[in-house]
Design a protein around this ligand. Sequence first.
Ligand code: ATP
Length: 218
Amino acid sequence: MTERLRRIGVLGGTFDPVHNGHLVLAEAAWQEFALDRVWFIPAAQPPHKLGEPVTPFAHRAAMLELALADQPAFMVNRMEEQRPGPSYSVDTLRELRRQLDRDCALYFIIGSDAFVELATWKNFSDLFRYADFLVAERPDSAPGQLNELITRLPGGFQYEPAHNRWTHPHGACLYPLPVNAFLVSSTTIRCKVKTGEDISALVPPPVAAYIDRHQLYA
Ligand code: ATP
């Protein structure tokens, strides 16, 4: 019998490579919002990195599989590999909405650095037709920045103090997600590997071993 999923979190990213900051973010969303699953969806062609070198999808997805192996609620979803062209989140969310039961809640998990750019994403306001948003302050962003950002977003979010959330006219809710700061980025890891520094505190051990074995970022 297939399990009925009611609450799914989606964490999209380049994951080049996945690191402990991604895991802390997913863990916070999973616990705080009682999610049944968190799907990590690696971008085949990250739209904001077109023209930049990105590690092949197979390596990024393999590192994700290793990182998530101990957490049964976390899974890699390779759906963006199937789609030609840039991997736009709006297309992914629309497709997921079509696949899932109507009563299954979909939460798009996002860090504040990516959220800042949201208004530049393809069909930005359609994103709020398909999923609610859980927005985490990234440890290196200024405190209180999130409220200001949301207020400035086009579309007219309304704050509901009783629920500590914002609602969009298209129906989606946006919730702040408290996360224990884990100051790391994939960029930092790529730089550290290049200069021969230790990354063992920043990624799960099998991911560090994979990077070493395949000589990634060297
Ligand atoms: P890069 O340094 O290559 O830009 P990144 O570390 O930002 O990569 P992505 O794969 O682009 O990683 O991030 C995917 C998602 O995870 C984004 O929503 C991003 O904001 C979030 N995220 C990444 N690192 C952290 C972190 N340390 N804390 C909270 N959120 C994070």
